[in-house]
Design a protein around this ligand. Sequence first.
Ligand code: GAR
Length: 201
Amino acid sequence: MSRLRVAVLASGNGSNLRALHGASLEEEARFAIALVIGNNSGSGALAYAREAGIPAAHMSGRTHPDPEELDEAMRATLVAHDTALVVTAGYMKKLGPRVREEFGGRIINIHPALLPRHGGQGMYGKAVHEAVLAAGDAVSGPTVHFVTEEYDMGAVIARSEVPVLPDDTVDSLAERVLAAEHLLLPAVVQIIATRDPAADR
Ligand code: GAR
């Protein structure tokens, strides 16, 4: 049984990458992590990929100062690794048009709030949980959605709810949402992989 080849793009700690990679090693997994691209050379995500023996590339404005060249280099690297699905997991950069065109409809993102609430430019990491607390929301949780040109605007694939507790801080809420992310993202990728003809090549 061949597995859907997934590329993960990550900027930071890479805990979602770890969750996805762990799930991909399960016997019933229909996907494999084929490549990790990180824009931050010192990130936990790239360190994990290297330790785990996953092909890893650092690609950023440092390695490719011209944004068009960066976009093309990322596109070419994803294609060279025979990528079938691109997952942005804590990737804090916008994807270029060439990557989006090459993988149209095959790029998904995880966001740490219940979109369409608390999305858009600048809404990442702690800012998202601060907004949830400031709004007095009773529930929060991650959303997995398709990536389009606009931040956090693509169609929602799945969401998972967690409670917002009266004494929550940004950190306690972030921790509860992140734990839900680690379940939701591998589950969504497994469903896509199970239904995707590219997994049977
Ligand atoms: C995750 O909470 C993810 O949802 C969020 O960044 C964190 C990355 O954590 N992404 C965004 O805020 C995007 N708008 P990780 O590096 O440990 O996976």
